[in-house]
Design a protein around this ligand. Structure first.
Ligand SMILES: [Zn+2]
Length: 443
C-alpha cells in the first residue's frame, strides 16, 4: 500500500483507498521563461510516483497543467516586443523539451488554460450564484469569510494573515483576504465574460481543471511546491469546497524548497541554473540524483560538494552497468534474470513509504557493491544476474536513463578483437581499439 505524507492532516495517508483510476494533479509552470532546476523538483518526484503506479498496474489520470495566461507572460511579451501567444508557445515547447530531457513519463493530460475559458467562466458563475463570490467595481472576488476553516490547509490563522494582506487590500474588496476569480482588464490578452473583458485568476484556473477533468470528485493527490501552499492551494481548496461541499484532494503533497542561492554553487554551475543549460553541461541523471537523494519534503541546498558527489555517483553507476554487460559478453553469458525478491521488495517497500527515494538509493548502492564483487570474482551465476536485473529495475523506477549494452555486430567484433589483441600482448593495437570502444561509449 502506497502511503504519502499529507500536508493538510500532517499525517501519512494511504494514497489509494478504492479500485478506480488513481487521480493526480500537479500544478504546472507559468510559461514565461525557461525553468530552473528548482522548478524540476515537483515534476521529478511525481514522475517516480507515476512510475510506481504504472509498475503496480494502476489506471492513472495524471493532470499537469500549463498556465499560459498570466500577467508575467504579458509583461514578458511587452519586454520582448512580441505577443503573449508567441511567449507562451515558445516556453510551453521549451518546458516539454525539458521534461523529455529529464526522462519524465508524460502525464495523462497537460491542458492549457487558454483552452478552458468557457469552463472557467462557468465555474466562476456557479460561485457567484451560490453567493461564494461577488462582483465588485473592479474584479470578481471570492468571499473568503464563507469558508469557516479558511487557512486550515496551510495551517495559518486568518488573524495572522490579515496584517500582511492589508497593504494589498483592493479598493473594492469586502475583505483583504478575498481573492480575484476574474480580473477585469482590456490590456493584454483578454476574453469576454458576463463581467466584462478580462482574464481569470490563477487560483481559479487550477481548480477549474480539477473540477472539469476529474468529474468533480475529490482527487487522490494534489501536488506542488511548498511555496504554492498559501495562497494558491488554500484558494483552490476554498473554491472547490464552495462548489462541491467536499474536499478537493484526499492528499495534499508539497515538495521542499530548492535553495540555489549559495554563492559557491552558482560558481561551480557557472550560473547554469536553467534545466536546459544544466543538462547540456551534466547528464540529466545528475539532476535526478540530486533531487531523489533527499527526502522530497525536506529543503535541498545545492552546493559544489553535493553536485560533485552526484556527478561521480552517476558515473560510477554507469560504469558498473557497462562493466557487467561487457564481462557477460566476453564470457559468452547472457543477462537473463528475474528480480531478486529481497532487493525488489525493499525497493517497493521504500517507495511505498512516502516515496522514500533516499533509502531506495541505499538499496541500489548495496546491489552495486554486490555486482562489483561479482565482477571481480567473475561470478556470473543466476543469483548475480537476478541482482543485476533488480538493479536495472531500481534505476528504471527512479527514472534514471542509462545507456549500456547496446552491442551492434560491429561493436561485438571490436570487443572480440580487443580481447584477442590483449591476449596476444599486442598492447599498441589493443589500445587503439580500446580508444574506439571508449568513443562509442561501450567501456
Ligand atoms: Zn495550481
Amino acid at each position: 500500500m502506497i502511503k504519502i505524507y499529507d500536508s493538510f492532516s500532517q499525517t501519512l495517508k494511504p494514497l489509494i483507498n478504492h479500485e478506480k483510476t488513481v487521480q493526480l494533479y500537479l500544478c504546472g509552470p507559468t510559461v514565461y521563461h525557461y525553468i530552473h532546476i528548482g522548478n524540476a523538483r515537483p515534476v521529478l518526484v511525481m514522475d517516480v510516483l507515476h512510475r510506481l503506479l504504472i509498475h503496480q498496474k494502476y489506471q492513472i489520470n495524471y493532470v499537469h497543467n500549463i498556465t499560459d495566461i498570466d500577467d508575467k507572460i504579458i509583461n514578458q511579451a511587452i519586454a520582448q516586443k512580441t505577443s503573449p501567444n508567441v511567449i507562451s508557445e515558445k516556453y510551453t515547447l521549451a518546458y516539454l523539451a525539458d521534461l523529455k530531457t529529464l526522462n519524465i513519463i508524460s502525464p495523462t493530460m497537460m491542458p492549457k488554460v487558454s483552452d478552458y475559458l468557457p469552463p472557467i467562466i462557468n465555474f466562476i458563475n456557479s460561485l457567484i450564484n451560490a453567493s461564494y463570490a461577488y462582483i465588485s467595481d473592479d474584479d470578481v472576488y471570492f468571499n473568503v469569510s464563507k469558508i469557516p476553516d479558511y487557512g486550515s490547509l496551510s495551517h495559518k490563522k486568518i488573524t495572522d494573515l490579515i496584517p500582511n494582506l492589508e497593504l494589498q487590500k483592493g479598493a473594492f474588496k469586502n475583505n483583504p483576504l478575498d481573492f480575484a476569480l476574474w480580473k477585469k482588464t482590456k490590456i493584454g490578452i483578454n476574453w469576454n465574460s458576463p463581467w466584462g473583458q478580462g482574464r481569470p485568476g490563477w487560483h481559479t484556473e487550477c481548480v477549474t481543471f480539477v473540477h472539469e477533468l476529474f468529474n468533480g470528485q475529490t482527487i487522490d493527490l494534489h501536488g506542488g511546491g511548498i511555496d504554492l501552499k498559501f495562497p494558491h492551494h488554500e484558494n483552490e481548496r476554498a473554491q472547490f469546497y464552495a462548489h462541491h461541499q467536499t474536499e478537493l484532494a484526499h492528499i495534499w503533497w508539497h515538495n521542499g524548497h530548492v535553495n540555489l542561492a549559495n554563492e559557491k554553487m552558482s560558481k561551480s554551475l557557472n550560473n547554469t541554473v536553467l534545466v536546459k543549460d544544466f543538462c547540456q553541461k551534466f547528464h540529466p541523471n545528475v539532476l535526478r540524483f540530486l533531487m531523489l537523494n533527499r527526502n522530497h519534503q525536506q529543503p535541498i541546498t545545492f552546493n559544489s560538494l553535493t553536485l560533485d558527489y552526484a556527478i561521480i555517483t552517476i558515473k560510477r553507476y554507469e560504469n558498473i552497468l557497462k562493466q557487467w554487460t561487457y564481462q557477460l559478453f566476453i564470457n559468452n553469458s547472457q543477462q537473463v534474470g528475474n528480480y531478486d525478491q529481497l532487493y525488489y521488495q525493499a525497493i517497493i517497500n521504500h517507495l511505498s513509504n512516502n516515496l522514500d527515494t533516499t533509502n531506495t538509493i541505499t538499496v541500489i548502492e548495496t546491489m552495486i557493491k554486490q555486482i562489483k564483487t561479482a565482477i571481480v570474482k567473475q561470478d556470473f551465476s543466476q543469483n548475480q544476474k537476478d541482482v543485476f536485473a533488480t538493479l536495472v529495475f531500481g534505476f528504471e523506477i527512479l527514472g534514471f536513463n542509462f545507456q549500456f549494452g547496446n552491442y551492434t555486430s560491429n561493436i561485438k567484433l571490436k570487443i572480440k578483437k580487443w580481447e584477442q589483441l590483449k591476449n596476444q600482448k599486442n598492447y599498441q593495437a589493443a589500445d587503439q581499439i580500446r580508444a574506439e570502444l571508449q568513443d562509442l561509449n561501450i567501456i
